[in-house]
Design a protein around this ligand. Sequence first.
Ligand SMILES: Cc1cc2nc3c(=O)[nH]c(=O)nc-3n(C[C@H](O)[C@H](O)[C@H](O)COP(=O)(O)O)c2cc1C
Length: 250
Amino acid sequence: MIFWFSGTGNSRLVAKRLSDKLDEPMLEINALTLAHCHVTDAERIVWVFPIYSWGVPPVVRRFMGRVQLDCDVPHHMVCSCGDDIGLANAMWRGDLAARGWKGVSSHSVQMPNNYVSLPGFDVDSPRVEQSKLEAAVARIDAVARDIAGGRCIDDVVPGSIAWIKTKVIYPLFVKYEMNPGRFKATDACVGCSKCARICPLNNIEMKHSRPEWGRECAMCLACYHVCPNHAVAYGKRTEGKGQYMAPSDL
Ligand SMILES: Cc1cc2nc3c(=O)[nH]c(=O)nc-3n(C[C@H](O)[C@H](O)[C@H](O)COP(=O)(O)O)c2cc1C
């Protein structure tokens, strides 16, 4: 069973390719499955998600704390990231241990960056985007082989000052930078509702043909990136920034 969460589609691509290679069914982490999810039978669990501020997205951690699993099976983590993951795999192992589950392997896959909501952060150039997507194909296939073989391995890119990034910056980010109150639609909004439809947590409501954000935000930025008129802003921080949505297939 592959539990997956994705905003702009990178992790969905990873999950889909792993599902094909490993012949594992996929189950999305979203508003519905967060409310209720009961798995009675699985050969293994593969957790696929993007890295948020060198940690596991809070929405995924919430799901990890809630999902009912009636089977004692090996767990694997495969995260997509723009660059590096800090000690996110240790965080994932800690959350697993709290449920009495055992993590066998963790892998990271570099994919195009979608993080734009702090000064200095923007999407990759088209050339970098393309080369990351091309390299991801072989990387995911290698990850699938490790998982199929049951390899006990941590094959991730922690990056520099990993401890500080995960132990110090991640909690600050979650507390102060995951604020759906900063999202707004600009005058370029035509009320197409694509932002509302893509939100995995159903957190966007259309009122008088304008999106309004509630409090259940995963900070996945899908609403910002999917907008065909670039009309979703996160305060002033996304001014002049690019957009990225993953292709439908690799
Ligand atoms: C809130 C947020 C925080 C992020 N933090 C990191 C990070 O710490 N390290 C990194 O390499 N990429 C980071 N990224 C980039 C994403 O992990 C990366 O683009 C990922 O592949 C997006 O996956 P998705 O398309 O499935 O949503 C961040 C993205 C978001 C939205």
